[in-house]
Ligand binder design. Structure first.
Ligand SMILES: *[C@@H]1O[C@H](CO)[C@@H](O)[C@H](O)[C@H]1NC(C)=O
Ligand SMILES: *[C@@H]1O[C@H](CO)[C@@H](O)[C@H](O)[C@H]1NC(C)=O
Ligand SMILES: *[C@@H]1O[C@H](CO)[C@@H](O)[C@H](O)[C@H]1NC(C)=O
Ligand SMILES: *[C@@H]1O[C@H](CO)[C@@H](O)[C@H](O)[C@H]1NC(C)=O
Length: 310
């Protein structure tokens, strides 16, 4: 998509916030038993969303999910243990209003810690993107972080914040473990498109420990410009972050932001961007990507790989 007024706004916001970012002090307080010395291989997707002519929203998302699956194949062949997909990777991002976004959203369940639960992949009645993403994680045996939209019905009686159309629409990061089970669901705290997304009432502090024993925190795109939720997560001792972004229109400015944030917080930021980057594994200010896989049969689809130590 060509640079729009909105992307210019992102750009201005980013530049203005850069100075503030530099002022945020790093924290040394450790609460979560942070893993130390655990090696892992991460994969960050660079994906340019496709918009097939005359496609319904679900068909459009399926077309992008088909490209996502090519990344899963490459990630598996590369021995990656975690794959991060970009924000707004499944369709458009410049929705006119809440109604236009709705057909791209799915009603998602809450994360459950019940033992013996089965993956949504096995549930034919699960929403299609949610279900297929679960199948990616299960079929390829890789932790998957994917950006989608969760719609939750509400009433003003039960929640005074309930929008007039009777639903919350959240920009949502969903993480599935190697069994295809949802282990984290994060609602973006600072949404950029206020015309179609709601913000959670309180910032979502979302983190989990993976099967390979790395504790990951989750936040999304514009969140990086604010103290919450990333700094509270850092204050808990979390140093590895799954970060879906749609900042490719910013070019190198995005890279500067990722470097500065990861250096400032002595953390690892697994950044997956829409379009052709910048993406990468930013570790203490340095991009540690060591390998690039150009996905066969595509022009702009690239998987970036990095060997990291949590
Ligand atoms: C995971 O990391 C924690 C904290 O470092 C450690 O106590 C634990 O033994 C590790 N577990 C495994 C399975 O490696
Ligand atoms: C889900 O996967 C099935 C089977 O591959 C496919 O037919 C369908 O189009 C996919 N839908 C989405 C939204 O990814
Ligand atoms: C599952 O989550 C509930 C609610 O947060 C908590 O009370 C319970 O202890 C958890 N159970 C396990 C096995 O972690
Ligand atoms: C940054 O983190 C690494 C481990 O991830 C640790 O060894 C190092 O001491 C930290 N540096 C600072 C300045 O906190």
């Amino acid at each position: 998509m060509a640079a729009s007024r909105a992307t210019l706004l992102v750009c201005n916001g980013a530049l203005a916030a850069l100075a503030m970012l530099l002022l945020i002090a790093p924290s040394s307080l450790t609460v979560v038993a942070a893993t130390a010395g655990v090696p892992y291989r991460a994969a960050m997707v660079e994906h340019s969303p496709v918009f097939p002519a005359n496609a319904t929203p679900v068909e459009m998302m399926a077309a992008n999910m088909a490209l996502y699956e090519l990344h899963m194949v490459a990630a598996k062949a590369s021995g990656a243990q975690v794959v991060v997909f970009p924000e707004f990777g499944l369709g458009p991002k410049n929705f006119i209003d809440r109604d236009q976004l709705l057909p791209f959203a799915e009603h998602l369940p809450a994360v459950s810690n019940a033992t013996g639960q089965t993956a949504p992949c096995y549930d034919a009645s699960a929403p299609p993107v949610f279900r297929n993403a679960s199948c990616f994680a299960l079929n390829y045996g890789i932790l998957v972080s994917i950006n989608m939209y969760d719609v939750q019905p509400c009433t003003t009686a039960s929640d005074p914040r309930c929008p007039r159309d009777g639903r919350f629409q959240y920009n949502t990061e969903v993480v599935f473990d190697e069994r295809g089970i949802m282990v984290a669901k994060y609602y973006k705290t600072h949404v950029f498109y206020l015309n179609c997304f709601d913000e959670p009432a309180t910032p979502d502090l979302v983190y989990f420990t993976s099967a390979f024993n790395v504790t990951f925190g989750v936040f999304t795109c514009f969140d990086i410009m604010f103290e919450t939720p990333s700094v509270p997560l850092v204050n808990l001792g979390i140093r590895n972050f799954l970060y879906s972004v749609a900042m490719s229109a910013l070019g190198p400015v995005g890279k500067d932001i990722f470097e500065i944030w990861s250096a400032r917080h002595n953390s690892t930021l697994l950044a997956s961007n829409d379009g052709t980057g910048p993406s990468g594994a930013f570790v203490h200010g340095v991009n540690k990507v060591s390998q690039q896989v150009n996905i066969p049969g595509t022009t702009n689809e690239v998987l970036l790989l990095a060997d990291l130590v949590a």
